[in-house]
Design a protein around this ligand. Structure first.
Ligand code: CA
Length: 388
């Protein structure tokens, strides 16, 4: 079996309303799918993390850099291919966009392997420790509106996510330390005392501001405080984890086993959030998962993007062993962005219907078809594909 083409499809549409997080506002939704074709007619799908113009640049890496390296290779040799590509790109980027591009290709090779074997990816990995997972819903994005409007909206959106059947909810912060504490109070007001919520700063704080916000919200009992400081700020992470009662989470902007080794050995994370579509694909995710568990750090995957990413993550959540194990072990959750995303909801010929599943049962089923177990609709892709 041979790889005959490696193509990117960058999809985009204008969102019904502008959304924001602590770093920027955005008005377009993007997804970057990777399609690997073979001489035996089997096609694999993957996805690369990275929105907007990042996706277009990553398309260049997928098609112009990685594709020529692996045309004619056996797609079942995915670990050989991973190391060949990584070694050839190493001098030009051990982290960042080169790894995002490799991630999408690697996921597509796992999809092919599953289709060849007639097995879902979680079976290729070693089986399902769970066949369904709870999901947490996030919204509560920043907008160009007053603090008072933010507060009212955060209360309403948090209550709506709870009513929709999600197991927990996650909010953005980033208006400023004092304002952000008020935002967290507004979320707690919307969900009552017992429902878990998480705070995502997208690394907008200095360490001292993160201490201020962390200490101020401790009484609200958030489950975790996500990316409080810059991913490069290892000292800040370590000091915050030692000094705050709240769980510190992060890792979505880390890449590869060597980067992950460093942040795990730094002891700055209570909860690790690897992004499979960015850190190096499923092959590298499995190595990072083993590293996290070797440090007894629980993992809740970072999930962003289209239905391809959601499906890949469902397989990985299924295949994640309990750590440390027990009758009633700690369980991971599926991260789910409740804001408008047609590339997640409408991409597949048979939609995953996460919202419907959550509403009906509070759980999401892990796909059971071969490979990723999902089938992207080519007419839909053609309709939304952009080239520059
Ligand atoms: Ca985040």
């Amino acid at each position: 079996m041979k790889i005959t083409s490696v193509q990117s499809h960058v999809l985009a549409y204008d969102l019904p309303e502008e959304l924001g997080y602590s770093q920027q506002y955005y008005a377009r939704r993007t997804a970057h799918l990777v399609e690997v074709q073979t001489d035996e007619g089997i096609t694999g799908w993957g996805e690369c993390f990275g929105p907007g113009n990042i996706a277009l640049a990553n398309k260049g890496i997928v098609e112009k850099v990685i594709q020529p390296m692996i045309l004619g290779d056996d797609p079942l040799d995915r670990d050989v291919i991973w190391h060949k590509v990584y070694n050839l790109m190493r001098d030009h980027g051990q982290k960042g966009m080169s790894m995002q591009a490799l991630s999408g290709v690697d996921i597509a090779l796992w999809d092919i392997a599953g289709k060849v074997a007639g097995l879902p990816i979680h079976k290729l990995i070693g089986g399902a420790h769970r066949t369904e997972v709870a999901a947490y819903g996030y919204a509560m994005m920043l907008k160009r509106e007053s603090l008072a409007d933010h507060l009212a909206r955060f209360t309403d959106e948090a209550a709506a996510i709870k009513d929709a059947g999600f197991a927990a909810t996650k909010m953005k912060v980033g208006l400023g330390p004092k304002e952000d504490v008020q935002l967290a109070e507004a979320v707690r007001k919307g969900i009552g005392d017992d429902f878990p919520f998480m705070v995502d700063a997208n690394h907008c704080y200095t360490t001292s501001d993160a201490f201020y916000v962390g200490r101020a919200v401790e009484d609200l009992n958030p489950y975790w405080f996500e990316e409080p400081v810059a991913p490069e700020d290892l000292d800040g992470y370590r000091e915050l984890r030692a000094g705050l009662k709240i769980n510190i989470s992060g890792g979505e902007a880390e890449f590869g086993r060597w980067g992950w080794r460093q942040i795990l050995e730094n002891r700055g994370l209570d909860i690790a959030q690897p992004e499979v579509c960015g850190l190096g694909g499923i092959s590298e995710y499995l190595r990072v998962l083993a590293l996290c568990h070797a440090h007894f750090t629980p993992v809740i995957n970072h999930v962003w993007g289209s239905a391809v990413s959601v499906a890949a993550n469902l397989h990985l959540l299924a295949a994640m062993p309990a750590m440390p194990g027990g009758l009633f072990p700690w369980q991971p959750m599926l991260e789910f962005d409740t804001t408008d995303n047609r590339f997640r909801d409408d991409l597949l010929t048979t939609p995953l219907d996460i919202q419907g599943q959550v509403k009906a049962t509070g759980r999401v089923q892990v796909p059971t078809g071969p490979g990723l177990g999902v089938d992207p609709d080519r007419a839909f892709i053609e309709r939304f594909e952009v080239t520059g």
